[in-house]
Ligand binder design. Structure first.
Ligand code: ADP
Ligand code: ZN
Ligand code: ZN
Length: 807
């Protein structure tokens, strides 16, 4: 198997000894094409010489033992088959790139490496060459060593972490500990306080510290040890002695999730509802492989997972815990580490190469530190040996689906197949399940368990809808805020609560328009208007990242009457800063989270209550657990509802219920306010009563009526090319061919909302597959048509993309 986008495997010839040594799943270096060397994977060892070409010899064997097991190979085949992609694409996506050296791969020295003694002679030669030259290709290394067989040496250097290959390096995040101080509860009465001050009369510094503490305490915000030291001008030893005297106490906000130092803690006791859910899950697992846990936000699903995980670990099996996006979920990592400590490994395509190689090897060897794998979608590709349980948290999340590049798989669905291969159980969890999972549960295909109480019996937030059309008419809007929204924000801040405001668009405004001639600046590479970013005073394309300075005058008519239309997170942030000058406003979107630890810094600051109001995009809706949010505001619900997609309403419901779920998670009931032009929209009504079942019923009805999933399946075909006419004639040809096979069930051709991206024109077709039609035969037919298409010389340069279950 070669890591290239070609459907088939290739046969190479080996000697008898090599054949005896080789096993499926070992890597071999082979040449392919004119002079390229690739890392191939042994897929089969057989005696059938190829008929169409002469089998070449392999260059060399790269492994002593298989690094991929047979279940994985079976799983990869399933993915290639089901998602209609090349096996080589799956192979490339599965392995950390360090395992896939090829002649063009570029290697770099790891500046942090200093253990030169442990290097073998050849390894040292390469390492030394990298002192003089910042990078080398594998080709160049062949020259350095004066021999052809260099891969094992390079692999050795990678394993010793002396070099790395071209890639961005992300370090693992270590959350900072913020220490706070409070008064010991002995001093709750005025009398005891007076006594205390008398007691301290002769310890001036200590008395200063206590008095300053009271000054700071009047703001009712938690007091940081650092702030108290600075304000009272005392050293940390003074505060320490006050703690020793039982006058002060130190604490960390949410210590349980940020204090992992290697010790582990007992699991929390479940409340009766959680206990019941756990029992039911185990009951369903007796009959079913897949169970859906529909638990409302903050019902404590994570605590239920931990109990299941513990049982599976006790039985000596491995656990895979899938998360939609690692970057957003440091909270869960720390929470699980709190219980399971060093048994957890985190796997993510954005982690550094060495970390990924290490995790791969640990899983392969079933090491004790790889008993629980916490990871984003690509962790389904790890070499598990004895998987017992898969948890898919927030199973409805779109980020489980890979859209680009191939393989275009859905990790939740692929995980269900994987679990079956290992005879493991799989639990899907969500407060807002995807329609198809809920449908499968209703059809009794999956087990189904509900958890309808928030932990601590806190009520779900009160949700109110604000009619902005009405507010505009009555002139009760200030910028993009209704008077009602402003009042709720003020009330939340008055009681020291925090506020989350959701606006699903970044930048200052999505459209700039000339008031004189109506022209608005467009991206030169894409068919879309440029978004104005005020901080950088730039116009930017959100599809290709093109950027240029904001012009002073209209490029079409020259007047300086440029105006902005619509609003994004930046504009909201700026308005808030004017409206609430005494409070700290933060923003979380792609632009503020780009840097290293970008997300974690903002999330950390919000947890530590350094930010009072956080404005952000849909990143805010993903499983975050803050304990002090009393208001969540959604500034414009309508853009979500008007999105042209058959799942738009389902998604809008999920997004709004999920962000709402960030409110009132600890003690008090929270508030949610949603601004809309359309308060009678059925989805908003369902959101405001958190009525999942009503949403489900209605959407399902529409899916049935308009022939969409879960009843019909969809395969989407996309063509892309720089030449508009080529795409146009290609898609018309394709439509006719598909129509001959599938008739009315072919939709299109259509251009997407943004019909040109990075100078590539885009056209789509969708094939709907009725419930009774064979999926396998349909795919066979589509493949056949694709082959005929690609045989047409004129069409060959067109990019042909197939996306199965394209949603
Ligand atoms: P969900 O994932 O369902 O939204 P979480 O698992 O994040 O909910 O739980 C919400 C909050 O309640 C968390 O801060 C969690 O620590 C707390 N919690 C939930 N169950 C328990 C329990 N049994 N004991 C103590 N705290 C709990
Ligand atoms: Zn103009
Ligand atoms: Zn662009």
């Amino acid at each position: 198997m070669l890591p290239i986008p070609i459907q088939k495997t290739f046969t190479y010839s080996v000697t008898n000894e090599e054949a005896n040594f080789l096993k499926k799943g070992m890597r071999v270096a082979v040449s392919f094409g004119k002079s390229k060397i690739y890392t191939g994977l042994v897929f089969d060892i057989h005696q059938n010489a190829p008929t169409l070409y002469e089998a070449k010899d392999i260059h060399q064997i790269l492994d002593e033992k298989p690094i991929v097991n047979e279940t994985q190979l079976k799983h990869w085949e399933w993915i290639a088959n089901y998602y209609m992609c090349a096996l080589g694409d799956v192979y490339r996506a599965s392995l950390p790139s360090a395992f896939l050296l090829e002649s063009e791969t570029i290697v770099y020295k790891n500046e942090a490496f200093s253990d030169e003694d442990i290097l073998e002679d050849d390894e040292f030669l390469i390492f030394e060459a990298l002192q003089h030259q910042s990078q080398l290709t594998i080709h160049q290394i062949v020259d350095v060593l004066g021999k052809k067989k260099v891969m094992p040496t390079v692999n050795g250097l990678i394993k010793k972490a002396a070099i790395y290959i071209r890639e961005q390096i992300y370090e693992t995040y270590k959350p900072k500990l913020v220490k706070y101080v409070c008064l010991n509860e002995n001093y709750n009465s005025d009398e005891s306080l007076n006594n205390l001050l008398l007691e301290l009369a002769r310890a001036k510094k200590q008395k200063d510290a206590v008095l300053t503490f009271f000054q700071l305490a009047s703001t009712k915000k938690p007091i940081k040890v650092k702030d108290l030291e600075a304000k009272a001008n005392v050293s940390s030893s003074i505060l320490k002695s006050l703690v020793d005297k039982n006058i002060f106490e130190f604490y960390h906000i949410k210590t349980d999730r940020i204090s992992f130092k290697g010790d582990t803690n007992a699991l929390k006791n479940l409340n009766e509802f959680q206990e019941k859910a756990l029992t039911e899950i185990k009951e369903t697992f007796k009959q079913k492989d897949v169970t859906l846990l529909h638990g409302i936000t903050s019902s404590g699903k994570t605590e239920v997972y931990t109990k299941l995980i513990q049982e599976v670990l006790d039985a000596g099996k491995q656990v895979l815990f899938l998360l939609p996006e690692i970057a957003l979920t440091t909270q869960i990592i720390t929470r699980l580490q709190f219980y399971f400590g060093n048994q957890i490994s985190v796997f993510h395509s954005k982690y550094s190469m060495n970390e990924r190689v290490e995790v791969w090897n640990n899983v392969l060897e079933n090491k004790s530190k790889a008993q629980i794998i916490l990871g984003a979608r690509s962790s389904i590709f790890l070499p598990f040996s004895d998987l017992g349980l898969v948890v898919v948290d927030e199973e409805h999340e779109t980020s489980y689906k890979q859209f680009e590049p191939s393989p275009r798989y859905n990790a939740r669905d692929a995980a269900i197949v994987l679990a079956k291969m290992y005879q493991a159980k799989i639990l899907l969890g969500s407060a807002t399940p995807s329609l198809e999972s809920y449908f499968n549960a209703q059809q009794n295909k999956y087990g189904f368990v509900e958890l309808n109480r928030r932990f601590g019996n806190v009520q779900l937030p009160k949700i109110e809808l604000i009619d902005v059309k009405e507010k505009h008419r009555k002139k009760e809007m200030k910028g993009h805020f209704s008077d009602r929204m402003l009042k709720l924000i003020q009330e939340a801040l008055d009681v020291k609560g925090q506020v989350i405001l959701f606006q699903n668009r970044r930048g200052y405004s999505p459209i700039v328009e000339c008031k004189t001639c109506g022209v608005s600046p467009q991206c030169p590479n894409c068919d879309v208007s440029l978004t104005y970013h005020k901080y950088k005073h730039e116009l930017r394309c959100h599809y290709c990242n093109y950027q240029r300075a904001m012009p002073n005058s209209c490029s079409a008519c020259g007047s300086n009457t440029l105006d902005t239309k619509g609003f994004g997170t930046e504009q909201i942030e700026l308005e808030l800063k004017e409206l609430f000058p005494d409070f700290k406003i933060g923003r979380m979107d792609l632009d503020t989270t780009r840097g290293k630890f970008g997300y974690q810094k903002i999330i950390g600051a919000f947890e530590a209550r350094e930010i009072d109001v956080l404005v952000g995009t849909q990143m805010l809706s993903k499983g975050l657990d803050f304990d002090n949010v009393s208001l969540v505001g959604i500034l414009n619900a309508d853009t979500m509802l008007n999105f042209p997609d058959f799942r738009a309403h389902e998604r809008a419901y999920q997004m709004m219920v999920q962000v709402s779920g960030r409110a009132g998670r600890s003690i008090k009931q929270g508030n949610v306010a949603i601004q809309t032009y359309n308060p009678y929209h059925q989805i908003l009504q369902q959101v405001s009563t958190t009525n999942y079942k009503a949403m489900y019923k209605e959407q399902l009805q529409e899916r049935w009526q308009y022939k969409y999933p879960p009843y019909y399946r969809l395969i989407k075909i996309t063509l892309k090319h720089r030449d508009y006419n080529k795409v146009e004639s290609g898609i018309n040809w394709l439509f006719k061919a598909l129509y001959n096979s599938f008739g009315e069930n072919v939709l299109g051709p259509t251009a997407p909302a943004v019909a040109r991206i990075r100078n590539q024109y885009i056209k789509n077709l969708v094939i709907k597959i009725p419930p009774k039609q064979s999926l396998a035969n349909t795919k066979k037919q589509v493949s056949k048509i694709r082959n005929t298409f690609e045989a047409v010389k004129d069409f060959r340069p067109i990019r042909f993309i197939i996306d199965v279950d394209a949603y």
